[in-house]
Design a protein around this ligand. Sequence first.
Ligand SMILES: [Zn+2]
Length: 383
Amino acid sequence: MATQKQKKKQKNNIVLPAAILTTFGLAAILTVLVADHTPRSNISENSADVIEELPEITTEVTVTTAETSETTAEVTTEPAPLPPGSVTGLTLSFYETALKVGDTPVMPLVTMTPEDAVDKSEKWETTDPAVATVDGIGWITAVGAGSCIVRVTSVNNPAVFAEVKVSVADPNGSAQAKRKPAETKPADTAPAETTANAAAAGTVAGMEVKDGITYIQGVMIVNKTYSLPASYNPQGLLPEAQAAFAEMQAGAKADGYTLTSASDFRSYETQETLYNNYVARDGKEKADTFSARAGHSEHQTGLTIDVNYAGDEFNSTPEAKWLADNCWKYGFIIRYPQGKEAATGFKYESWHIRYVGKELAQKITESGLCLEEYFGIDSKYAE
Ligand SMILES: [Zn+2]
């Protein structure tokens, strides 16, 4: 019979919901034993309770049912070999994410090892669907303020799993106030970016850098060359952009069009998650054509809005045409125009508008130039 101490050790090595164990029965329990996969953290007090009720386990392969506690009394730490092709490890592209209700869902990339594992299917669960839900392939959607754990488990080997710590802020509350200090980006990312911005400042007329933020003629500049520090966080659209958008919505409505904001402000942290997901899905080279790296997204300025729908399907809509023809009247420019990809560094986005003020919006629009061409700056990542 295992001593109390042995049982305790056993418990700490196995943290699995009862559902998985009952679903996979004996096979699951045997594989639990053989994989020495230490969980990142215990999921909750409840999971410990679940373990409490598990039968004693052994690597003795003559065990016939999971419920046969008599034959499982002898606990051994000797791992039995896994069947060939079994999943033995699992990593994620990120283990923590901070979201707001209404944010685009995020999905960590799962890498299972070995590469030639026979069955790499995943099982996704959330500890609190009132905070965040997760679908069958790992898209995590913020539902309500709070925090929870999203876990992915190897179906082939349920002893192998990983967890994402999800914190969700209420968009109507103060996201900043709810964010724990540990989750804000370390300040050490700022000096490097600041230095890069400052270096560029000497070469462009009218450019100045204040608190790591680059301005030309008072206009905040964010692209692949010029970044914002992680600490810059207006927590939403700036009032002037908000007011201008409301005015434009009214103008569009008078013409029979409905404009809404599909996405506007995104924090450094949110952009980081978003970009990392795209890299995981499409690779870095492709992701860089349509998603900005953290600090390089105009959405962090609080002056940018994706109108109605952020996708190519929007390009051919009457609303897109109205926006292109009229947004300058309200102080916005189409930030990444068609044919300007080399200058802006981003593909054509008919939906992505940037507030620059009515006077400058009119000048830029009449010039036929994009923002980079207008100011004579480039948009290229340093590496
Ligand atoms: Zn956008």
